[in-house]
Structures are given as C-alpha cells and as structure tokens.
Write a protein that binds this ligand. Structure first.
Ligand code: GLU
Length: 428
C-alpha cells in the first residue's frame, strides 16, 4: 500500500507495482527504509476543474498530479485522460516513471498526472477548456526545471500545445521546456509522435537479437493499436518482422502472411479511421470480433500496447508468444508474469521497453532549454542509441542472475541508481 498523509489508498495496479518494487529492493539487498521511501510520494495535488460545457452547464473534472520522487532531477511524466483512472493508479504510474527515468539514465525524477474524463466524449472546445484548466490548476507545482508533464493515454500534442500556451500566459513569457511532446510547429520534434512505438521496436529488435540472433522474419501481434501500438507495429514491420495481428476495442485484424504496415503510415493522422477496420477492408485481413483473441494468435512476439492489467492469471494461458514486450505501462500482472516465466516466456518490462517516449521528451527538453533544433534523423539516432544501451545494460545484468526475470534486472538497475543518489544527498 502507498502511504498518503496517514491514509491508505490502493488499487490492483498500485499493489502490483509495489509487489514488483518490493521484490526489486529485496533482490538488490537494499534496506527496508528505502522501500518505505518509495511507497511515499513526495507530493500529491488533487484538483477539481470546472468546465463550461457546450450545453451551458458547468461540469467538474477531478484531476491529480503525483510527484513521486525527484532525487535524480526534476519530476517528469505524462498526463492521462481516462474515465476510470484513480489517484492510486496515478501513484503507481508515477512510481513507474521514477524507475523508468532512472533506468534510462535521464536526469529526472518521476511524476504522473491524470484527469478522470473520457476525452472522446468532449467536443474540441470542451477538451481545450479542460486542458487549459488542468494546466492552470497544476501551474503552481510545475516548471521547466521543476516538473515537466507530457502526454500519456488519452492526451496528445495538441493538448500539450494548449497547456504550454496556458502556462506561458501565466508566466508572461514563452516557456517551451515546461511540457514535452509538443507539435513540431511549436517547439516539438517530429520524432516524438512515434518515439514510444519506435523505442518499443528497437527494444524488441535488440532483445530478439540477443535471444534468437535476429528479428527478421519473426511474427508479431500488437494488442492495442493506439499511438504506441501503431508505431511499434510500423517500425517492427520496417525492421523486418512480420506483423500478423493488431487489435483495438472492436476486435483483431489477422493475416497469416503479414499485414502491410505502410497502411499505418498512410493513415497516420489522428484521429483517423480504425486501423483494424482498414486492415480488414483494404487488405483482406480476417476480422476476429473478440479483442482478447489477439493473445491467442500463433506468434513469436506479443506487444501489449494499451493499458495496465490486460495479461492476468485468468487469461495468460491463451498467450502463445515466446517474447512479450510491454509497450503499455503495467500490462502484465505479477501473477501472469510468474506463469509466463515458468513457461520460459521472456517479458521485456515496461520501464525498459516503452522508455522511448520519455527519452524523446528529454531530447526535446534539452533542445527547448537551449532554444536549439535538431533534425528528425539526428534525434532518432540519439533515441536509438539510448534504447540500445538500455537493453544491453539490463540484459547484461539479467544474464548474471538467471533465476531473475528481465523485469527484476531492470528494476534492480533502476533502484540502485536511485538508492545511490538518495545516499549521496543524505536523504536516507
Ligand atoms: N507518458 C509517457 C510514459 O509513460 C511519456 C512520459 C514523458 O515523456 O514524460 O513514459
């Protein structure tokens, strides 16, 4: 459980995250007070944002910003717009950011924001009002060297543009570096749109090389074809893998011979048509109505790329893949991971596999702080190098401890850096 002002809040996702962290602290032989420090977020802000809806009525939206730990540098992490997100989930997501940023060697601590809203149900005007309202509400606690939000599930570059504009108005000057993943026209970098998916593809390729000698020709299924999943599928296809299935909430598009990933590039404007529908109508892919059938596809690699807790004890038996690469945050429960481990299935953990988004955020932030602009190729090369190094670092650690999962190796590596920093600063 996470300790918050003497009260306890919890959710299945937070419990699972804490199980993984506790195990990491024990495997690394770090003291229990270090684990306790990690269960206590440094600061939590709860906000209520009034939005005047199109029908003239005021509706309140509850939001959060959890600043988990800034021992390694400014707080950093995205903002999620999702109708079911809870404060406890937000705490878990902030903890994962602390680990992810540490593992990637970035000069950042971890944070996460969230608003309980289904953005699809809002008009553009309402969405803009909510984004600006949230930015105003958290403005006292953020800043370009304090806490730097970015998108997450349900948010995007346009929302970052509204937020950076709102914050700039409050600051009375342009403040590009206070939000990352902005549109390229507004201090963003063109790589950011596909950076998380690209990073997932690089992490998959590097792990496949280590496990099997190569990625080329291996089959892939992608669960959730949103921003992360679509670009992971696209780049994996480009790198020579065969993407045989992709899914969204309406089902699975499956083609044994492989789906033509160019269709993803051609339909990259968001919101665009459903890619599952497009693959079915344009390329003759089979349409399987049950979205969970994506797990049961005969494939070498499975990329869960939507949300947490989708591979659980009750459905893990369906998974056919030999390698699971976590594009989403927290998609595999500890129970499911244990069962996969016993079957010899390797899981590349979220904090390693999906770090491409925050690594790209870091590159954009460095550009913004110096008012500098790198071109797309240069930025992608830097991102790729960092991802390759991260996989090598974790893999080397994992090879020494064969009874560990790859997640254990990643978490231990991340925790050791945080622990050393806390020690050096005299926090513990
Ligand atoms: N939301 C992304 C993540 O979970 C990116 C966060 C960021 O760029 O700050 O890693």
């Amino acid at each position: 459980m996470a300790h918050i002002s003497g009260a306890y809040i919890t959710s299945a996702f937070l419990e699972n995250t804490l199980v993984a962290i506790k195990r990491g602290v024990e495997l690394a032989n770090l003291p229990p007070e270090f684990f306790e420090a990690l269960t206590r977020p440094q600061r939590i802000l709860v906000v209520n944002i009034p939005v005047k809806m199109d029908n003239g009525k005021i509706q309140f939206f509850e939001g959060y910003r959890v600043q988990h730990c800034d021992v390694l540098g400014p707080f950093k992490g995205g903002v999620r717009f999702h109708p079911e997100v809870t404060l406890a989930d937000d705490v878990a997501l902030a903890m994962l950011m602390t680990l992810k940023n540490s593992l990637a060697g970035l000069p950042y601590g971890g944070a996460k924001g969230a608003v309980r809203v289904d953005p699809k149900k809002l008009s553009q005007r309402e969405l803009e009002a909510l984004a600006r309202g949230y930015a105003r509400a958290i403005a006292p606690l953020i800043g370009d060297v304090v806490d730097i939000p970015a998108p997450d599930v349900g948010t995007n570059a346009q929302i970052m543009a509204w937020m950076v504009d709102e914050y700039s108005k409050i600051a009375g000057r342009n403040t590009p570096a206070v939000f990352t993943s902005k549109p390229p026209e507004l201090w963003g970098n063109p790589v950011r749109e596909y950076s998380t998916g690209y990073g997932v593809a690089v992490a998959t390729r590097e792990t496949a090389k280590k496990l099997w000698g190569r990625l080329e020709g291996k089959t892939v299924a992608v669960q959730g074809i949103g921003n992360v999943g679509r670009w992971a599928a696209y780049w994996l296809g480009k790198m020579g893998a065969k993407v045989v299935a992709v899914s969204d909430i309406n089902g699975v598009a499956y083609k044994k011979e492989g789906l033509d990933v160019e269709l993803i590039y051609q339909n990259r404007t968001v919101p665009g048509p459903s890619l599952v529908e497009l693959f079915v109508s344009k390329t003759g892919a089979e349409h399987i109505k049950d979205p969970e059938a994506v797990f049961a596809v005969e494939t070498d690699i499975l990329v869960p790329a939507a949300i947490e807790n989708v591979i659980r004890g009750d459905n893990v038996g369906r998974v056919r893949a030999r390698l699971v690469v976590e594009g989403a945050n927290g998609p595999t429960t500890p129970e499911a991971e244990k069962m996969l481990y016993e079957r010899g299935v390797v899981v590349v953990p979220d904090i390693l596999a999906n770090a491409g988004g925050v690594v790209m955020s870091y590159l954009e932030w460095v550009e913004n702080l110096q008012w500098y602009i790198w071109d797309e190729e240069e930025t992608r090369r830097r991102l790729e190098t960092i991802m390759i190094n991260n996989v090598s670092k974790v893999y080397a650690r994992w090879e020494k401890e064969k009874e560990w999962t790859m997640r254990d190796a990643a978490i231990v590596t991340a925790l050791e850096r945080i622990y050393k920093a806390m020690k050096l600063r005299g926090w513990i």
